[in-house]
Design a protein around this ligand. Structure first.
Ligand SMILES: Cc1ncc(COP(=O)(O)O)c(C=O)c1O
Length: 394
């Protein structure tokens, strides 16, 4: 019967992150810096709201677009933080994390042969959905531009089949953040074109030098932009599965159908917890961000002191150093680091072919753990550096 399974599904791969995690699980005493989620627990007041919802039997279906109060709170949050103006009644959908939002958006706008432009290296969650729709990913190589795309780079890839451009900033895995000027230039390029923008802003609260700037807030872009956000990263709520899918009403009404037939609605309990997260600002996001920033600075300083080449991330909790000079593939580097130093990182090729030559380090671990990992990594990197300098690897 296996031959009856959809070929596109068979062609899909489990993400490189999960595959490598399975390898890591076979080793003992490993310090793992592989996971891309906050190490903080969900703040107390949010968990308590979830518990209360259960005790009060708020456990049924909600409106398919999510609780209206939650949509209103999400709308206020997005307006206050980023100047986005989505109507909670018919322009905001509460989804099962940003993941479901990405899938619902893409399945609404992509059909056979449509081209989707995206920067590489990039988060591994887009390409499988694009391919499942029969659409085609078109990568822009950002390795020589500090992982940033420009309007000119996009223009060079636009064809009459281009349906959508994914703006995944702040970026997993690189931590790159697009500044306002770059976003405005992209908007200018797209102003007279019928091309959607899917702006995945799940890390928008985690920027360090400058605030995140949303393309959907630019007049003229609102009508062609799908904005995706959520609480997974900002509020340490990955397991609650709450995302926001926002778009102009004509588009949201179509995305709502895909969402309904896929999930009906996210868990009601999670929605009440999310409502508490947005209604009361206890400063938890700011506090967690301060911790990530300290860790970023520490890891960056240690890596550069080891002689590693790394672009300092302006956002997220990831670091994406180059390992090209060691003349190993990212898989080989990660495996040797695991075997010889008992430190786990994600091979860069998990983030498209353009991630080859890099590793992803997640800094969402305690300072103590980061310090142990880097102490173990240092002699390993030193050995590799010496081998390369002596003209060959043993
Ligand atoms: C860029 C990006 N978008 C979306 C997601 C998925 O987020 P969620 O857990 O809200 O589904 C992730 C998760 O790592 C991510 O890195």
């Amino acid at each position: 019967m296996e031959h009856l399974i959809h070929q596109r599904v068979k062609d899909m791969q489990i993400t490189g992150i999960r595959r490598f995690s399975d390898v890591v699980a076979r080793y003992q005493d490993v310090v793992s810096l592989t996971i891309g989620e906050p190490d903080f627990p969900t703040p107390d007041y949010i968990r308590q709201a979830g518990e209360l919802a259960i005790r009060q039997n708020k456990t049924g279906y909600t409106h398919i677009a999510g609780l209206l109060e939650l949509r209103e709170a999400a709308g206020r949050f997005l307006e206050k933080q980023y100047g986005l103006t989505y109507d909670p009644v018919d322009e905001i959908i509460i989804t099962n994390g940003a993941t479901e939002a990405i899938a619902a958006a893409m399945r609404t706008i992509l059909d056979e042969g449509a081209e989707v432009i995206l920067p590489g290296p990039v988060y591994s969650g887009y390409e499988p959905v694009i391919s499942l729709c029969g659409a085609v990913p078109v990568y822009i190589d950002t390795r020589d531009t500090d992982f940033l795309i420009t309007a000119d780079m996009i223009q060079a890839k636009i064809t009459d089949k281009t349906r959508c451009i994914v703006l995944p900033y702040p970026s997993n895995p690189t931590g790159a953040v697009l500044d306002e000027q770059a976003v405005r230039e992209i908007a200018e390029l797209l102003s007279d074109k019928d091309i959607f923008v899917l702006s995945d802003e799940i890390y928008s609260e985690l920027t360090y030098e400058k605030n995140h700037f949303s393309i959907g807030a630019i007049p003229g872009m609102r009508d062609k932009t799908i904005t995706i956000n959520g609480l997974s990263k900002s509020h340490a709520m990955t397991g609650w599965r709450i995302g926001f899918l926002c778009g102009p009403a004509y588009l949201a009404k179509e995305m709502l159908k895909v969402h309904q037939y896929n999930v009906i609605c996210p868990s009601a309990v999670s929605q009440y917890a999310a409502l508490a997260a947005l209604q009361v600002d206890h400063g938890c996001t700011v506090a967690m961000k301060a911790a990530y920033r300290k860790r970023r600075d520490y890891v960056y300083d240690r890596l550069t002191a080891m002689g590693m080449e790394v672009v300092k991330p302006a956002g997220t909790f990831y670091m994406f150093p180059s390992i090209r000079k060691f003349q190993l593939s990212s898989q080989q580097f990660a495996l040797q680091l695991l075997e010889q130093a008992k430190v786990a990182v994600v091979p860069g090729d998990a983030f498209s072919e353009m991630g080859e030559g890099y590793i992803r380090i997640s800094c969402s671990y305690s300072m103590e753990k980061l310090e142990t990992a880097l102490n173990r990594m240092e002699p390993f990197v030193q050995r590799l550096t010496e081998s390369v300098e002596q003209g060959g690897l043993q």
